[in-house]
Ligand binder design. Sequence first.
Ligand SMILES: NC(=O)c1ccc[n+]([C@@H]2O[C@H](COP(=O)([O-])OP(=O)(O)OC[C@H]3O[C@@H](n4cnc5c(N)ncnc54)[C@H](OP(=O)(O)O)[C@@H]3O)[C@@H](O)[C@H]2O)c1
Length: 382
Amino acid sequence: MREARTMGMNQPPHDAARESALREACERALEQARRGPLGANPRVGAALLSPTGELLATGFHRGARTPHAEADALLAARERGLDVHGATCIVTLEPCAHAGRTPSCARTLIDAGVAHVLYAVRDPHDIAANGGALLRDAGINARLWSDALPGSVGGDLTARATEMNRRWFQATRESRPFVTAKIAHTLDGYVAAVDGTNAWITGEDARVEGHALRSTVDAIAVGTGTALADDPALTARDAHGTLAQRQPRRVVIGERPLEPHSRLAKATHGPEHARPLLYRTRDIRAVFENLRAEHGVEHLLLEGGPRLISAALTLDLVDDLWIHEAPTLLGAGTPAVTGLGIGTLENRLDFDIVPESLHVSGSDLLFHAIPRARQQTPTKGE
Ligand SMILES: NC(=O)c1ccc[n+]([C@@H]2O[C@H](COP(=O)([O-])OP(=O)(O)OC[C@H]3O[C@@H](n4cnc5c(N)ncnc54)[C@H](OP(=O)(O)O)[C@@H]3O)[C@@H](O)[C@H]2O)c1
């Protein structure tokens, strides 16, 4: 492989060796990105090449409050005692310019002394964007993959980087949180039996995973139907029932009032930061926007029930469906989703399973699924 200082910038587009090395590094960065979780932040991967073109290290973002992919790759290189000065950083999203939960990646790359930064997609997030400009102002050769790799090669790699975070980009554009909807259902698609009992459809291991996710999201929402039927606490707990250190904000959506002696109603008299937010409305899009704007909610977990999740699905507000499927049958009961307004097969809502997420937890099957791009967004709610 050519020397990295020329590899990133000045070589003519027909230099096959350079192109192949860059393409390989982009593939590695994409591979890393796929290891990250869905949630408040996009899935991002990075690869570092030495000035002579060897792969120094790779990294990825493990979710909110953890190092970004670029910092993760730099750390991995340093842990191996490798010099990153003059290196090329190849990353699937524009390095952020904003120092928030973690330091700005653009600043981290400048301080590390890298010479080139190639990123797949521009960051659409107002406060994070412009990392590319910050890098260029510091004299670093920062540009898009599509500028560095000609024609269909750059186009295809960029399309894959975009598709990987399509729903995160959509949520950001719509100024709302990334929404994960969790459904625990039987093999025949029910979330409760005919008499309303539903504790517990899935086993202990799946429930522990459910609580682990609760402790990472910013808020959990249920409809008044679930609040009234189940009297949930909506807290994040470990297998022994001990409260997790980090608790999500609790949210109830619907016009009916809570039962005055319910757990959630009692918590409205507690400390301000732990009080449930009660939205006496069915306008869930407005609720989601308000949660982000007023309460800083970047990742919202919808824990049911069927009518709330169905309304969110109908309005194309679910970015990630997290399925817990129990190997059991009920034959009748409360269906997992209802009233999507679909009358014919061709109007069905399709999803793509996230392959990396598919696993057996205890006796249950767990996986994430992302909605496929729709031709047009239905507007009819329930
Ligand atoms: N296994 C599971 O994963 C699971 C999880 C949760 C619940 N469940 C079960 O599901 C059952 C409750 O089902 P559910 O469908 O009544 O619960 P739900 O979806 O939690 O609540 C439905 C209520 O949400 C309110 N709502 C707010 N915005 C809405 C909108 N845009 N569209 C429609 N409704 C909206 C409405 O209440 P208002 O009339 O007050 O406006 C509606 O009646 C219980 O048996 C519960 O145990 C199972």
